[in-house]
Ligand binder design. Structure first.
Ligand code: HEM
Length: 503
């Protein structure tokens, strides 16, 4: 027995020794990384091993907007700013030329952070769908198939559907105004954008405006999970986080199960020769192989894209609308100008047609300015496959480049008085921002739904302004909630009244 204990102790000692050597090796590797790349300007690390990760964790814990830290760093360390994420070198690039060079080129693929969105706490989430695919060929094949469902011609044909959903929101707002009551505009916008995406993308009538949605909650949860999964590398290992992770996985399961159900219903309709719309769902089904040669990976890919569009198509537009309404409550002059434009273009018409939207030029400006100060999806990252020089600084092969439109959108060097909400920055005659404003990203991986989103946002804003006055309720803050996407923290609760028109 004594011999057994001696052997056990030696084995434990030996293992501890190996662990110590591995740790020492890792420390030496970290030292090497620091020595090799500290020529790139950047803030002091919080920690030798973790680098700047503690800053990210503090922001998460305190509910701060991490993008404000990036703004501070780029002001202090310049347009190419190093961030250490354990052994990974991330470089925050704010120079327009650097942004142009990298984002506009297909040479720089999305980096491995997208794997953590593809797979959430070990569960397939957005997988290899359009947003998260890293391989260029795999992405390009999907994008080509999806493009027709977002062409202006196709969207124009959907105007009635958009209008019908927006009218449901107006009915709800009429109830609120009749009762002289208050409503969370964020919540209402979430419901209407969910109804729109379900109907227009997937041909399903949800009518979420009436009921608080389980889907909105599921989307919120998965996005929150995504932020923790990316920004806190140890998050999933703490026992105290397990209940939250379980909830996130359930939300993920709900979204994918809904996808399975809706895809199967559509496939059955197609097999029965029914007349199905050429909508996003039909295109998603086309991204997979032919029915008889469909692999389980093809099936999963369809679900990846289903969830991608469900999320990308809903939360983003809802948050933009809510921020826009919030800003208008404190800019009566801008609101007045908008009312005049809407009255001129739409008047008292109930149904808005596609061509009307093109005439709402000031409204476009207001929506663009909203996304400058509140870009819903502020950042994107790219892998650097070869040594590359940006702004005279060598970015090493293997580094990750990080672009942030929240940061550039609030930099004095690009936008005078950056914190002032001023839609005239986007006046048709004003110079276009040069690679410093990209709320829909830029280049080949830019948002596919940009036109869809702005058509929807304009339609809803036009109807809202045409019919209602809204005032922010006391106690509402203008704070931003950084939940992966940005949203107004206090929900934009407003009192709603019928607009009095001068006759
Ligand atoms: C205000 C609304 C929206 C904003 C601000 C927005 C923003 C963005 C951004 C910044 C990206 C790039 C993300 C990255 O690089 O990680 C993106 C990609 C994408 N968005 Fe949007 N989006 C909006 C609405 C929509 C809508 C309505 C849809 C679909 C109906 C959509 C579908 C997509 C898709 C499929 C991609 C991936 C494109 C690709 O890689 O080929 N988005 N969006």
């Amino acid at each position: 027995m004594a011999v057994f204990y001696v052997i056990l102790s030696w084995t434990v000692l030996f293992l501890l020794f190996l662990l110590f050597i591995a740790f020492l090796g890792f420390c030496m590797y970290m030292k090497y990384i620091h020595m090799a790349y500290d020529y790139i300007p950047g803030p002091p690390r919080d920690n030798f091993l973790l680098g700047h990760i503690p800053t990210f964790l503090r922001a998460l814990k305190n509910g701060d907007v991490i993008h404000d830290t990036f703004l501070e760093w780029s002001a202090n360390y310049g347009p190419v700013c190093r961030i250490n994420f354990l052994h990974q070198i991330m470089v925050l690039v704010t120079s327009p030329e650097g942004t142009k060079e990298i984002l506009m080129s297909p040479k720089y693929p999305k980096d491995n952070a997208y794997k953590k969105i593809g797979n959430l706490f070990g569960m397939r989430f957005l997988g290899n769908g359009l947003l998260t695919a890293q391989d260029h060929e795999q992405w390009y094949k999907q994008r080509r198939i999806m493009d027709p469902a977002f062409s202006s011609l196709y969207l124009r044909g959907l105007m009635d559907n958009f209008d019908e959903r927006a009218e449901k929101l107006m009915t709800k707002l009429t109830d609120v105004a009749d009762n002289q009551a208050e409503a969370s505009m964020l919540q209402l916008m979430n419901s209407v954008t969910l109804d729109v995406i379900a109907k227009i993308a997937f041909g399903v009538d949800l009518d979420q405006i009436k009921d608080k949605s389980v889907f909105t909650k599921a989307i919120e949860l998965t996005l929150k999970g995504m932020v923790y999964n990316i920004r806190d590398i140890f998050f999933q290992y703490y026992p105290k986080n397990q209940p939250f992770i379980k909830e996130v996985k359930e939300a993920c399961r709900l979204l994918r199960a809904t996808g399975t159900q809706w895809i199967n219903e559509r496939k059955t309709a197609m097999l029965n020769g029914e007349d199905v719309p050429k909508d996003i769902l039909t295109q998603i089904i086309k991204t997979a192989g032919k029915e008889d040669s469909m692999t389980s990976e093809d099936e999963e890919l369809m679900l990846d894209n289903f969830v991608t569009f469900f999320i990308a198509g809903q939360e983003t537009t809802a948050n933009q609308l809510a921020f826009c309404i919030q800003e208008l409550t404190r800019h009566p002059d801008i609101l007045e100008k908008l009312k005049n434009e809407v009255d001129d273009v739409i008047g008292m018409k109930q149904i808005i047609i596609y061509d009307d939207l093109g005439k709402l030029i000031y409204l476009s400006q207001v929506l663009k300015e909203t996304l400058r100060l509140y870009p819903i999806a502020p950042g994107t990252t790219r892998a650097i496959p070869e040594d590359t020089v940006i702004d005279g600084i060598k970015l090493p092969k293997g580094a990750v480049c990080f672009f942030n439109t929240y940061t550039t959108g609030r930099m004095e060097q690009f936008f005078k008085d950056p914190l002032t909400f001023d839609p005239d920055r986007f006046h048709p005659d004003a110079p276009k921002p040069y690679y410093c404003y990209f709320p829909f990203s830029l280049g080949p991986r830019a948002c596919l739904g940009q036109n869809f989103a702005q058509m929807e946002a304009k339609l809803i804003m036009a109807k809202l302004i045409q019919r209602f006055d809204f005032t922010l309720s006391p106690g509402q803050s203008f704070d931003i909630l950084d939940n992966g996407t940005l949203k107004p923290k206090s929900g934009v609760v407003c009192s709603i009244r019928h607009r009095k028109h001068n006759t």
